[in-house]
Design a protein around this ligand. Structure first.
Ligand code: 5HY
Length: 246
C-alpha cells in the first residue's frame, strides 16, 4: 500500500541508537498508510541535558525540518522532551510540527485531571516546568520526577534506566494523586504500553502521541498557520555555518 502521508520524526540528538528507539515507537502507532521518516542531525549533541544542549539541538532540528519540507513530508515530530526549536521549526515548516512534550502533556489532560512527569536528570526537570508554563498546563501537572540517570543510560543495554523509570512511575502513582503519567524522554518511548498495563493508568509516550496528532492534523487538512508570527522566516542571507539554512 502506498503511503498517503510521510511523517518526519526528528531525534534532535545525534544518538543513532536513540533514533532507532524513537523510530520503533513511531512505527508501532503509525497508521497503515503513514510512512515514518526517522532522522537525526549529523552533528550536534549526543544527548540533550540542559539549556546549552537545547540551543545546539535547535539548529539541527531546523536543518532537518528544512530538508523534510523540501522532500515534501506531510508533517514533523520533534522527538526530544524539551521540544527544542519548536516555534522556529513551525516558521520553517509548511505542514504541522508537534513536539513530544506538548503532545504527551495535552493528551494527559484528556485522560486525567492531573498528571505526573518522569524524566531523566533533575536539571532537566526545569525545562519541563518551563514547557508546562509555556503551554498553560502547569495546573494540570501534580509533580515532576527524575530517574537521576543520563539520557543515554536508556540506550546502554543494562536495563537499569528502564527499571528506574518503572520505579518512579509506581512512586508517582502512589504519591502524587495523578491519574496519568507522561514519560519525559524520547528514549523512554517504547516503555509506555507495558507501564500502562502494569500500573493500570495511562502512561503516555510523546513520540506516539505526536505521530498521531500529526496524522490527525493532516487528515483534517490542517497545517501550520502562516498568518502572523509563524509565517515563513523573513528572507535574508544567512552566512557561515548557517548558510545551509538559506
Ligand atoms: C530527550 N534529551 O527526549 C531529552 C530528555 C531529557 O536527548 N532526548 C534527549 O531528559 O531532557
Amino acid at each position: 500500500m502506498t503511503a498517503s502521508l510521510v511523517v518526519q520524526v526528528i531525534n534532535p540528538n545525534t544518538s543513532l541508537a536513540m533514533t532507532r528507539t524513537i523510530e520503533q515507537a513511531a512505527r508501532a502507532v503509525a497508521g497503515p498508510t503513514t510512512e515514518i521518516l526517522a532522522v537525526c542531525p549529523a552533528q550536534g549533541a549526543p544527548s540533550i541535558e540542559g539549556h546549552f544542549d537545547e540551543a545546539i539541538a535547535a539548529i539541527g532540528v531546523l536543518e532537518q525540518v528544512k530538508a523534510g519540507r523540501e522532500q515534501g513530508v506531510s508533517g514533523h515530530v520533534i522527538a526530544c522532551f524539551g521540544d527544542p526549536g519548536l516555534l522556529a521549526a513551525r516558521e520553517l515548516a509548511t505542514g504541522p510540527v508537534v513536539g513530544i512534550a506538548e503532545a504527551a502533556m495535552h493528551m494527559a489532560t484528556m485522560l486525567a485531571t492531573r498528571f505526573s512527569v518522569v524524566t531523566t536528570l533533575p536539571r532537566t526537570v526545569i525545562i519541563a516546568r518551563h514547557l508546562l508554563q509555556q503551554y498553560g498546563l502547569e495546573h494540570h501537572c501534580a509533580a515532576l520526577h527524575a530517574i537521576d540517570l543520563p539520557v543515554l543510560a536508556l540506550e546502554d543495554g543494562s536495563g537499569l534506566a528502564q527499571e528506574k523509570v518503572r520505579e518512579r512511575c509506581l512512586q508517582a502513582k502512589r504519591q502524587d494523586g495523578s491519574g496519568a503519567i507522561v514519560l519525559g524522554c524520547g528514549g523512554m518511548a517504547t516503555l509506555a504500553r507495558e507501564l500502562t498495563l502494569e500500573l493500570g493508568i495511562p502512561v503516555i509516550d510523546g513520540v506516539g502521541a505526536a505521530v498521531k496528532m500529526v496524522e490527525s492534523l493532516v487528515a483534517l487538512g490542517l497545517s501550520t498557520s502562516k498568518h502572523g508570527d509563524l509565517n515563513y522566516p523573513i528572507r535574508k542571507t544567512l552566512s557561515g555555518q548557517f548558510e545551509r539554512l538559506n
